[in-house]
Design a protein around this ligand. Structure first.
Ligand code: FAD
Ligand code: MLT
Ligand code: ZN
Length: 475
């Protein structure tokens, strides 16, 4: 599958031998998986768009075990692909050939939580949703949330620098992560697991690993700052007659809701149709060309609800919004969020998905969607746009009955060139992985790509960590 679609050649790494297996078995007894059936799920990505043929899956429990494993792999020139929840969307989390799969699934212990500062320290394999539960019981929330929360690991979130649904309020992991521990390619344990808000002792090394997608080290533990749980959360779900009205609604939201605005997401009518037909989720508002989800988070329920409902009244009166519904109770809030969060799942049931995740000036955010609908005509099943509008992040997705090289040729490099023309980014939040490594040039100058390659060589001289990923084929 992978090699038919993406031309790539295996690099001269060693092949895992009987002796290697025995060595791993001594390091992590009973946690070396070689049964092909058990390995199947770890060799295919969430989108089922790339497939590797890893023959060994290792499940360490501690950083020390990871260190022993990597030291051995480094000596033996064995390639390693680190895997968290395997929810990545750019083909980065599965082997391309026979790389060893290093899973963080058993590294799932919370190390500490400080309920004065809100600092959580945990192992990298903790599932995001479980961490959310843990801190919520203590009056805090995780600074990030995403549709994959039930499976993705915090280490995977850091490794991809995941954005998600709370970015507008709490910002990037580059700000909320206070420290991390990583094991380098040669087995060195790098302990930068600080819990300080301020620390200017030279280069901020943790930032190198955030967003490095398993190419510079294996993240083994994380220290992250959790905000207090807002006492009042409200969600409005609105129908808008056009994209211009979506933008004006955003402007109005920022002006009228001010500090309590915590999310501003949008989706088009085609998305609503897909969550309806594939997931049986019903729209809570009249059919509209666009839908907007506005979330507020504050400290006083009545104050926020009043602010939001008078805002809604005004919007309805002005014609920016044609219909809307308000949720203040947990159950309805969840149901409204599901309409937006589950679009990825609905799309994956629609056929083969061509997925683009781009940053653009917000006024241009939707231009590509009608443009591509016209260009592709009936060759595409659906062309949809949704995303984190408040962050200038469009998710442009095209579905078709099956993968087709011709359709891919219509989409790329067109989408990337158009994005570059707007000074946008060809990867807003999903990362580069395997699929996008040769399009970085649309968003980064050659000097920057060269420096990326130099850093890679410095940290992983043999290139054993997640080869074929993130860095361009030729830098
Ligand atoms: P994996 O998929 O297992 O791995 C992803 C990459 O990180 C790979 O390159 C892997 O090698 C590397 N990696 C994993 N763990 C480690 C580690 N401990 N150390 C070093 N490298 C590691 N992304 C967003 O940004 N915003 C969203 O809103 C969002 N929503 C999503 C919704 C759905 C339904 C799905 C399926 C995905 C979504 N994603 C989103 C994609 C996102 O990248 C992942 O969900 C998540 O951050 C990856 O975590 P994971 O544990 O599954 O990592
Ligand atoms: C989302 O925002 O829903 C995620 O990034 C997943 C996707 O883009 O499909
Ligand atoms: Zn997203």
């Amino acid at each position: 599958l992978t090699h038919e679609r993406y031309p790539v050649q295996r690099l001269p790494f060693s092949v895992v031998s009987e002796e290697d297996r025995a060595a791993f078995e001594r390091m992590i007894p009973g946690r070396v998986i070689v049964d092909p059936e058990e390995l199947e799920a770890s060799n295919v990505d969430w989108l089922r768009s790339v497939r590797g043929c890893g023959k060994v899956l290792l499940r360490p429990r501690t950083s020390e075990e990871v260190s022993h494993i990597l030291r051995h792999c480094h000596e033996r020139n064995l390639a390693v692909s680190t895997q968290g929840g395997n929810t990545g969307l750019v083909g980065g989390s599965v082997p391309v050939f026979d790389e060893i799969i290093l899973s963080t699934a058993l590294m799932n212990q919370v190390i500490s939580f400080h309920d004065m500062s809100g600092t959580l320290v945990c192992q990298a394999g903790c599932v995001l949703e479980e961490l959310s539960r843990h801190v919520e019981e203590r009056g805090f929330i995780m600074p990030l949330d995403l549709g994959a929360k039930g499976s993705c690991h915090i280490g995977g979130n850091l490794a991809t620098n995941a954005g998600g649904l709370r970015f507008l309020r709490y910002g990037s992991l580059r700000g909320t992560v206070l420290g991390l521990e990583a094991v380098l390619a040669d087995g060195t344990v790098l302990n930068c697991l600080m819990s300080l808000r301020k620390d200017n002792t030279g280069y901020d090394l943790k930032q190198l690993f955030i967003g490095s997608e398993g190419t510079l080290g294996v993240i083994t533990a994380v220290s992250i700052l959790c905000p207090p749980k807002p006492r009042a959360v409200n969600v409005a779900f609105l129908g808008c007659p056009g994209f211009a009205e979506v933008l004006q609604t955003f402007r109005a939201c920022r002006g009228m809701l001010g500090e309590i605005l915590s999310a501003f997401e949008f989706m088009d009518a085609a998305c609503m149709q897909l969550v309806g037909s594939h997931l049986r989720l019903a729209s809570p508002v009249q059919e509209s060309p666009f839908y907007v989800l506005v979330e507020t988070s504050g400290s006083k329920a009545e104050h926020d609800a009043e602010k939001l409902s008078s805002f809604l009244e005004q919007l309805l009166g002005s014609g920016l919004v044609t219909d809307g519904t308000l949720a203040t109770d947990q159950r309805k809030i969840k149901a409204l969020w599901a309409l937006r969060e589950r679009i990825a799942e609905a799309l994956s049931r629609d056929g083969y998905v061509y997925k683009y995740d781009i940053s653009l000036p917000v006024e241009r955010l939707y231009d590509l969607v009608p443009d591509l609908r016209a260009r592709l005509g009936p060759r595409a099943k659906h062309v949809v746009g949704y995303g984190h509008l408040g962050d200038g992040n469009l998710h442009l997705n095209v579905t078709a009955e099956a993968f087709s090289a011709a359709l891919l040729g219509e989409l790329e490099p067109y989408v990337y060139a158009w994005t570059a023309g707007q000074q946008g980014s060809v990867s807003a939040e999903h990362g580069v992985g395997f699929k996008k490594r040769d399009v970085l040039g649309y968003s980064k100058p050659p000097e920057a790509l060269r420096l990326m390659q130099q850093l890679k060589t410095l940290l992983d001289p043999k290139g054993i960590l997640n080869p074929y990923k993130t860095l361009p084929t030729r830098a």
